[in-house]
Design a protein around this ligand. Structure first.
Ligand code: SF4
Ligand code: SF4
Length: 334
């Protein structure tokens, strides 16, 4: 069944970057240390910050991120603390290197999903984007995760450099035993926002290419029993626009204490909140919250500001389509 996942304020999704260090240097990495910090949070701080958000809404979901979160020697303790605090679901996003024997220290009962990032069906496509040897390591990590009984997902960030292998993914996912496929769109932030990214072929695919390729691959993966989630990116004629900053509670927390509501704002010091001395405080205005208020014909205001090339105008000056919120997702459940 295919549906657009509606936004809700009844659930909080906390994307918690517990460190920004990573063993890889992906060409599209969005981590921006001047904006996000370069510290590794002590476990005591992680526990304190987890407690701050645990009962924020009826249902709080936590996604541990980095950098590479498994490089944090106390990730297992953080997972157990999140469980004890009553988080409704716990996910670890990893590049697959699985440091500190993390799979030996947590159980499938404690972690709802391990989510691996892979950007090609083959090493030939993945490794130039994510680093030499990373395809093999990631696939080995996925196999271990599946063998240990963890619910295992895969994130594929589509760009001009790997669109051609997207249709090979359902077969690979089925063979590996992955049960949830996240197709992601390349975000123009961090490394991808730099000029040389486009010269390297690491650019966003066009609307036509996205609409042509992604739903077809999603349907094929679903036919094989795999759940698929992907961002809507472009709204269809007549579809309502909503900004998640207004109507949902997604929080992107970085080790310097900044809390953003919109991923597209993360390259700028416009975060909505900060954690200072153990308390969550509103950041001084003007901040991203002020941007969410702006109603423009193009749809998402941040897309209009940072990636205007994605918007095409008709002769009368109105946009040919509206850009969806980057957090608006489509989903097919088999
Ligand atoms: S694995 Fe993630 S954090 Fe590490 S370099 Fe790649 S994109 Fe950045
Ligand atoms: S991507 Fe656009 S629509 Fe979504 S939260 Fe950010 S500013 Fe709002």
């Amino acid at each position: 069944m295919r549906k657009t996942v509606s936004f809700t304020k009844d659930a909080t999704n906390l994307f918690f970057h517990i460190l920004t260090a990573c063993n890889l240097s992906c060409r599209h990495c969005y981590i921006n240390p001047p904006q996000h910090g370069s510290n590794t949070l002590p476990i005591e701080t992680i526990e304190e910050w987890l407690a701050l958000f645990a009962s924020r809404s009826k249902k709080s979901n936590i996604i541990f991120l980095g950098g590479e979160p498994t490089m944090h020697p106390e990730l297992a303790r953080a997972v157990k603390k999140a469980r004890a605090l009553g988080y409704a679901s716990i996910t670890i996003d990893t590049n697959g290197y699985l440091f500190h024997d993390i799979l030996e220290k947590v159980t499938p009962e404690e972690v709802d999903a391990l989510s691996f990032s892979l950007d090609g069906a083959t090493a030939e496509t993945n490794d130039p984007i994510r680093g030499v040897g990373s395809w093999e390591m990631c696939v080995a990590g996925i196999k271990q995760s599946v063998a240990k009984g963890f619910s295992t997902s895969l994130i594929y960030t589509v760009s001009g450099a790997n669109l051609h292998e997207l249709d090979q993914m359902p077969d690979l996912l089925e063979r590996l035993g992955v049960n949830h496929f996240f197709i992601q769109v390349l975000g123009i932030r961090g490394n991808s926002a730099k000029e040389e990214a486009e010269e390297d072929g690491l650019m966003r695919v066009t609307r036509d290419n996205w609409v042509e390729a992604v739903p077809k691959v999603a349907e094929e993966a679903a036919r094989r029993g795999i759940k698929v989630t992907w961002p809507k990116v472009f709204l269809d004629e007549g579809e309502a626009f909503e900004c998640a900053g207004h109507v949902a509670d997604n929080l992107f927390l970085f080790p310097n204490g900044r809390v953003y509501r919109c991923p597209l704002c993360e390259d700028f010091p416009v975060h909505a909140m900060t954690i200072e001395e153990g308390a969550l405080k509103a950041a001084p205005r003007i901040n991203e919250t002020d941007l969410f208020e702006l109603a423009i014909a193009e749809g998402c205001v941040m897309n209009r500001i940072i990636q205007p090339g994605n918007i095409v105008y008709k002769e009368n000056g109105t946009p040919a389509w509206r850009v969806a919120c980057c957090l608006l997702k489509e989903e097919i459940t088999p």
